[in-house]
Ligand binder design. Structure first.
Ligand SMILES: *[C@@H]1O[C@H](CO)[C@@H](O)[C@H](O)[C@H]1NC(C)=O
Ligand SMILES: *[C@@H]1O[C@H](CO)[C@@H](O)[C@H](O)[C@H]1NC(C)=O
Ligand SMILES: *[C@@H]1O[C@H](CO)[C@@H](O)[C@H](O)[C@H]1NC(C)=O
Ligand SMILES: *[C@@H]1O[C@H](CO)[C@@H](O)[C@H](O)[C@H]1NC(C)=O
Ligand SMILES: *[C@@H]1O[C@H](CO)[C@@H](O)[C@H](O)[C@H]1NC(C)=O
Ligand SMILES: *[C@@H]1O[C@H](CO)[C@@H](O)[C@H](O)[C@H]1NC(C)=O
Length: 291
């Protein structure tokens, strides 16, 4: 049983928040975060290659967002190392642009608001980064970019994010990608996680299905109860069917017996001819006699 359960625990699952309302919430979060970051770029006319803290609207207070603008060439040659994210050299934006902006985020006390589910509990705040075209920060459109790391991993350092009360080595790295996929992987040494793409990340403890509470748990119980009721109903129906067919058989037999008696009285009069075969063959014989 335990083995089966272990096999059922997936290393890739879809967020409970793949449901549309939560998806909408993270979309509006993304929009707020990137707007703040780009406003910062416009207002501060930043030096290329320096990290700037973004000013956030009141409804994001508690989060930390910072932004860096750099040349794609520099990223390719040296990679970057900011906010706990080490992006390796030989990384390029897709499609290629001259300058790009990397927006780093720490969701802080908002983490569980956006990333919580029955499948896991968060051990660290959710942090992330996203890449944008920054060739022209004054343009009105914010263009998201893809990232090609030439197959090398991006590393994420969680050391500074773990507080002394929470340093469980049993945690797993979770990568929350924009498409709703959550990828779980083992932690590297010293609370380091590795990723292949931009996204949001945290260290989590997966919750086994049998101890899950909330909606899923209730569904499970309801399913079980419905299953039992369904089974009981089917047993009952089956039993009734059996009983009915049995009583029908008896009726048929009774009717046959009745018919037999009827024929007996008409055709054979007082003589004893109790078997059904006789009464059935009699009409045939009689017909033959008539024609
Ligand atoms: C924050 O508030 C602004 C309006 O002031 C709104 O447009 C935005 O969607 C809000 N962001 C979040 C994440 O709630
Ligand atoms: C997070 O903390 C800030 C203050 O630092 C507060 O304004 C905000 O409401 C908090 N958010 C949540 C979801 O508790
Ligand atoms: C990245 O920077 C941190 C300090 O901010 C340092 O401890 C770490 O070794 C650096 N990593 C790389 C790969 O340079
Ligand atoms: C990623 O970059 C490498 C070169 O480092 C290139 O060979 C590969 O085709 C690129 N992959 C994609 C999906 O663009
Ligand atoms: C430290 O972790 C505990 C739970 O492990 C949590 O309740 C607390 O808020 C965390 N403190 C900080 C400062 O993150
Ligand atoms: C979602 O995005 C991640 C990261 O880019 C990728 O590895 C995964 O295959 C994607 N999943 C789907 C279903 O598109």
């Amino acid at each position: 049983m335990n083995l089966v359960l272990l096999l059922l625990v997936p290393t890739v699952f879809y967020l409970a928040s793949a449901d549309p309302t939560v998806k909408m919430a993270t979309n509006s979060l993304d929009a707020s975060v990137e707007n703040s970051a780009f406003q910062t770029l416009v207002l501060r006319r930043p030096h290329t290659g320096a990290l700037y803290k973004a000013l956030l609207p009141a409804n994001l207070s508690g989060m930390e967002v910072s932004v860096i603008r750099l040349r794609s060439k520099t990223l390719w040659k040296k990679g970057t190392n900011f906010s706990g994210f080490t992006i390796p050299p030989r990384t390029s934006p897709v499609p290629h642009v001259k300058r790009l902006a990397i927006v780093y985020q720490n969701l802080g006390n908002w983490s569980s608001q956006y990333y919580s589910g029955p499948e896991y509990s968060l051990l660290t705040p959710v942090v992330g980064f996203k890449v944008y075209d920054a060739s022209n920060v004054h343009s009105n459109s914010i263009i998201k970019l893809g990232l090609n790391t030439s197959g090398n991993p991006i590393s994420i350092q969680f050391n500074a994010l773990l507080n002394s009360s929470g340093k469980p080595s049993t945690g797993k790295c979770a990568a929350f990608y924009a498409n709703g996929t959550v990828l779980l992987s083992a932690m590297g040494s010293a609370y380091t996680c590795y990723a292949q793409d931009q996204g949001r990340f945290s260290i989590i403890i997966p919750i086994p299905p049998e101890t899950r509470k909330g909606k899923r748990g209730k569904c499970w119980v309801i399913g079980l109860v419905l299953g039992f009721v369904g089974m009981a109903l089917m047993c009952y129906v089956g039993f009734m069917f059996l009983r009915m067919s049995r009583s029908k058989k008896v009726q048929v037999m009774e009717r046959k017996a009745d018919d037999g008696e009827l024929f007996k009285t008409i055709w054979v009069g007082g003589s004893k001819m109790p078997s059904a075969t006789v009464t059935r063959t009699q009409p045939v014989l009689e017909n033959g006699g008539l024609t």
